[in-house]
Design a protein around this ligand. Structure first.
Ligand code: DNO
Length: 347
């Protein structure tokens, strides 16, 4: 596996100098943040990211994310121009040495939590999702904002988007995803860039909006939409694991054997009545079988990218919820240990 770490570019308080000191660190996972969704990324911005990353001794091989414009997900006539821009981004990133692009196909909102700083018994705090808190949230009042959400939407835009999505059910969303993949995967093949869709987090519809990358059946269907190794997955343990019906060890083994997992997001969550809580990465703190998942990867010859995912806030650190340094670095170290042990024992 190739260990990676998400880096929010030169304005990130967690600098490359710090990231490169984490044992076994291979590449950053980053993006160009100075353009709106749907635009072509400038060659200069890409070159700059590559240059500073490589100067620090790290690789520039994984992008998270090139976001997909809502018109593509909605299947509007204007989608074609955004798809052209998307293809151009794949070409430009491929030329810069990028090997894997993570993206998602969640309508309007990316990952969603109901509280960002739930304090645990040990004094750390983390992100949680409780059904009853979600029911009390109204995304249309424009006041709600979460770290994963596009904050450029105004109240009126959101209302309009919700109205447009009334015509899009799961079937329609699958159709729109197919149209998108049929256009971009040939370009990804040509440029040797693996596309890796991120599952929906949480893996069920929220606020009445459809979500489709949620379980084994739907992922099987997704992979067949365009049956190419370039049409692959970011397998996010914490996202898919929020649904207890998902057998993650089985899914990881199967999709790794198929050569379709390009990127692993590995973190732990604890399933509780009516929701879940993000915990330390270590096996015994949450409900995920982290060791079983790593074993499924190793047994099936996984050689893709792995990153520790959301961390808790510990040691008084403040910053972007889920994306502090300390607990993600502990997560990285834990994952190194699990991989090393499982690899060694499997020889
Ligand atoms: C959350 C992240 C997601 C992910 C996107 C991919 O922390 O894993 O926001 O980057 O869904 O497009």
């Amino acid at each position: 596996m190739k260990l990676t770490f998400r880096w929010y570019g030169e304005s990130d308080a967690i600098t490359l100098d710090k990231i490169r000191q984490i044992p076994n660190m291979y590449s950053v996972v980053t993006a160009v943040y100075d353009v709106s969704v749907g635009e072509v990324w400038s060659e200069e911005s890409i070159a700059r990211l590559k240059q500073v990353t490589e100067e620090s001794g790290l690789k520039f091989e994984v992008i998270e994310s090139v976001p997909v414009h809502e018109d593509i997900k909605l299947g509007l006539p204007t989608r074609d121009k955004y798809i052209e821009a998307y293809k151009e981004n794949i070409r430009r990133l491929g030329r810069a040495g990028v090997k894997c692009i993570c993206y998602n196909f969640m309508p309007v909102f990316d990952w969603t939590r109901t509280q960002l700083d739930k304090v645990a018994a040990d004094g750390s705090n983390s992100l949680v999702y409780y059904e009853n808190q979600l029911e009390a949230m109204n995304p249309l009042n424009g006041e709600l904002s979460l770290p994963g959400w596009d904050s450029s939407y105004k109240k009126e835009d959101l209302k309009h988007l919700f109205e447009q999505y009334e015509a899009v059910d799961e079937e329609k969303l699958f159709e729109n995803l197919k149209y998108f993949l049929e256009a971009i995967i040939p370009v990804a093949e040509e440029c040797d860039v693996k596309m890796a869709i991120h599952p929906d987090d949480p893996p069920w519809p929220i606020f009445g909006l459809p979500r489709i990358i949620t379980n084994e059946k739907n992922i099987d269907r997704f992979l067949k939409l365009v049956d190419s190794p370039y049409n692959g997955l970011t397998f996010c343990v914490g996202s898919l694991g929020a649904d207890k019906n998902n057998d993650l060890v089985k899914m990881v083994a199967k999709y790794t054997a198929m050569g379709r997992i390009h990127f692993m997001h590995i973190r732990n969550i604890k399933l509780v009545d009516g929701g879940f809580e993000e915990t330390a990465h270590d096996q015994n703190y949450g409900s995920m079988d982290i060791i079983g998942i790593v074993k499924a990867l190793v047994d099936n010859g996984f050689d893709g990218y792995v990153r520790p995912d959301h961390g808790r806030m510990i040691w008084g650190e403040t910053g972007k919820p889920g994306y502090g340094l300390y607990d993600r670095a502990l997560g990285a170290s834990y994952l190194n240990g699990v991989f090393e042990t499982v690899e060694r024992l499997s020889k």
